[in-house]
Every structure is written in C-alpha cells, then in structure tokens.
Design a protein around this ligand. Structure first.
Ligand code: ADP
Length: 276
C-alpha cells in the first residue's frame, strides 16, 4: 500500500451549535488544533464535550456552525460547506458494523468494489494480503459470527484501511473489549500504523491507550468543547509495551491525569447545576 503522502487536518475556530433556534446546545466553541499528515492524534475529554461532533464533521456526516476545517489546505467543512463522506476519510465506530451475511473477505472489499474504486479480483487479492500481513490467515471465508469480537474489530479496521484513506477516525473502537483483547488490538493498530503511517483521529476515555498509541493527545474542555491542552507524546516508535514502565511515560500519565481530572470535576459540577 502507498504511504500516506498527505492527510493534514486543520481545525480552525470550529464551533457547533445544535438546534440554534430551539434547545441551542453549544457543543463545540472556538476549537482549534491540527493533525499533521501521518500523525496519530488521540482526543480525550468528558462525555458530551463534542469529540464525536468533530469526528462526524471531518467524516462528512455533520456540519459545523462556525469556523473551518481544512484537509491538505482545502476547505473540508465550514458553515456553508459539507464535504460528503468519502473513502479518503473513513470511520471505525465503537459498535462495529460488519455485514453478518457476508464473509470476511466480502466485508473488506465491499466499499471499494461498490464505489468502483477497485476491481473485485484486485480488491480480493488486497484483502487477503492485508489479512495475512496481520496474521489472520484462513479467515477470509468465515462469517463474522464465527469470529471472536477481537478478530471482528481487526477485520473492521482492515475494511477501513483497504480504502487507503488519508485519515482514519476511530470513535472508542476498543471500549467493549477486555484488557487482554485491547492490548492485542493496540499492537495490531500500532503495527499497521508503523508500516503505513496515516493520519489517525482516535477518540478514547482510556488515558493509557491514548498515550501508548499517540503522537499527540488533545485534551478537550467540558462542553462547549475547546482545546484545554495538547500533550506531545515523546516516546520512541515503534512502541513497545515496556515503555509504560519508563519514567517519561509515568510523567506524561500523571500530567494528563491531573488535567483530565480538573475537567471531569468541572463537568460534574456543571451537571449538578443543571440538575438543581
Ligand atoms: P462526545 O463525543 O464528546 O461525547 P458529542 O459530540 O457526541 O460528545 O456531543 C456533544 C454535545 O452535543 C452533547 O451535549 C450532546 O448531547 C449534544 N448533541 C449531539 N448531537 C446532538 C443533536 N443531534 N442534537 C442536539 N444535541 C446534540
């Protein structure tokens, strides 16, 4: 597969008000940060702070009501512009969504074949090569129900990757997995990323996951979402699990924890006020 030549995302003063004339929910306000091409960026912050709204806007499922989002210098989203979803910006959702009636191989090739971006034989060859490369041999003819949930997640990620997107967006993709399956997924994702770096927009509540995987961790404020802090993760790549034992890792974690804790408290208090 080609290396990602681009995929830079610039979020510039983005804002989102849901239902401006009615309940008027200010989900995102003056939010600015960049994802450099080929950078792994995790976004953390209290629930309901607008993380998915940003992801959905980049993906083309939603709009912003102020500001701009650019991809490789071109306007992707503004109050006037919504770029429809496309294979250059793919999303892996938390719940997953493999077609149960299709085999693994048919699931992986479905997008590019239906969009006529690849001929079926070429797509099938690539699907098998992707599966083999990550050690998933002899599963191409299996149905999703025959696979563990961890393997299903891996297939979903390959299904996204076959599009050779400029940016891959993952919204808490491993939330439902146990610690062991999660750790397998992390190494799987890191292997794919190291081999073929592309811009990643990764939403999570798991701070260890954010640090272990990312180049940058963006901490959002409680709603309306702005950037509270951007933490650069200066850990070597390829990442190895024993990095979590290092002092630098522990310091990053302590720093991140105190920032997130401060925001969580604010969110909690805001919630109490709303309920009072
Ligand atoms: P997060 O992903 O950080 O949990 P979201 O982006 O899903 O947050 O939501 C941000 C805020 O916008 C939340 O308060 C949510 O209730 C609100 N919101 C999301 N979608 C809608 C909608 N369609 N209409 C009204 N409010 C919405």
């Amino acid at each position: 597969m080609n290396k990602a030549a681009n995929g830079k995302i610039e979020i510039v003063n983005a804002g989102k008000i849901y239902d401006p004339a009615g309940i008027h929910v200010v989900a995102v306000e003056n939010c600015s940060f960049n994802l450099e091409a080929g950078q792994f960026v995790s976004v953390v912050g209290p629930s309901g702070c607008g993380k998915s709204t940003l992801l959905n806007t980049i993906a083309g499922f939603d709009t912003i009501t102020s500001g701009e989002i650019l991809m490789d210098g071109e306007l992707l989203a503004s109050p006037e512009i919504q770029t429809p979803p496309g294979p250059d910006r793919v999303v892996v959702f938390q719940g997953g969504a493999l077609f149960p009636w299709k085999t693994v191989s048919e699931n992986i090739i479905y997008g590019p074949v239906i969009q006529k971006n690849m001929e079926r034989p070429e797509a099938e060859k690539m699907a098998i090569s992707l599966l083999n490369r990550v050690g998933l041999t002899k599963v191409e003819t299996k149905y999703p129900s025959e696979l563990s949930s961890g393997v299903q997640r891996r297939v979903e990620i390959l299904r996204a990757l076959i599009n050779q997107p400029k940016i891959m967006m993952l919204d808490e993709p491993f939330r439902a997995l146990d610690a062991v399956a999660k750790s397998v997924m992390h190494n799987f994702l890191l292997e794919l990323f190291d081999e073929n770096p592309r811009t990643m927009f990764f939403i999570t509540h798991d701070l260890d996951e954010a640090i272990y995987l990312s180049d940058l961790v963006v901490v959002m404020t409680t709603r309306p979402a702005k950037v509270k802090k951007i933490i650069k993760i200066d850990l070597p790549r390829p990442r190895r699990l024993d990095v979590i034992k290092t002092e630098i890792y522990r310091n990053i974690k302590a720093d991140l924890l105190s920032i997130v804790h401060e925001e969580a408290l604010k969110a909690f208090k805001a919630g109490e006020r709303e309920m009072a």
